[in-house]
Design a protein around this ligand. Structure first.
Ligand code: C5P
Length: 207
């Protein structure tokens, strides 16, 4: 199978030296990539600025911003069977970017705008032979928000995980399918979870 995988955070520049980022390390993406490679899949990895080492994959594209990640995903998706969006894409980006270093002031107001929703766009490009899997990092108990994203982004599977998962080595996740099915595996390492997710992703093609 040809798998397109995104991993890590994105960085949204504020000025020549500063950016808005998040605490995503890329650990989950790395675990999914090595499981997929071990199982003999072709993996294209679109990678934000990760802080963990990524395994060798068929093709790696390094990006920084949500817009760069969007362009890479839109270009690569038609050549792949499965997209797994494990990246923690920034939800907001500055309205304007200063080309020099902003001097220090007593207060500073930054105007932000929403980034393009990559999965939403991919949902409209998806062909009948393709499947998409998303992640949804939510405050504990907000499973209904994940279900909303599953439907809105036309995903075949979404992984709900509580915010504590970011940058941790274990996950307590819930898998949700559009037909209402749920799976609640015990807390496990990201490595074990990646293996379970690969198995569930492959199953999506037999339905
Ligand atoms: O940020 P949110 O909770 O909506 O993320 C849910 C899923 O959507 C994740 O898989 C994430 O990678 C993806 N996403 C995206 N484009 C964005 C924000 C999130 O594709 N701008």
């Amino acid at each position: 199978m040809k798998i397109l995988l995104t991993a890590g955070p994105t960085r949204e520049p504020i000025d020549a030296v500063r950016y808005i980022g998040n605490r995503s390390s890329g650990q989950m993406g790395a675990a999914i990539a090595s499981n997929a490679v071990d199982e003999g899949h072709e993996v294209t990895l679109i990678c934000g600025p990760v802080t963990v080492e990524m395994p060798d994959v068929t093709k790696r594209i390094d990006v920084e911003t949500a817009e760069e990640m969007r362009r890479a995903v839109i270009t690569e998706f038609p050549q792949h069977d499965l997209l797994i969006m494990a990246a923690a894409v920034a939800d907001y980006t500055p309205v304007s970017i200063l080309s020099t270093k902003l001097p220090r002031h007593d207060t500073f107001a930054l105007e932000l705008k929403a980034t393009p929703d990559i999965l939403l766009e991919v949902g409209d490009m998806k062909q009948s032979h393709q499947r998409t899997v998303g992640f949804s990092l939510e405050i504990a108990g907000n499973l209904h928000r994940s279900r909303g994203k599953l439907i809105r982004k036309k995903l075949d599977l979404i992984v709900y995980n509580p915010t504590e998962t970011m940058n941790a080595s274990n996950v307590t996740a819930v898998l949700l399918w559009p037909d209402g099915r749920e799976e609640r595996p015990d807390e496990m390492s990201k490595w074990e979870f990646a293996r379970l997710l690969m198995a569930r992703s492959v199953e999506l093609f037999s339905k």
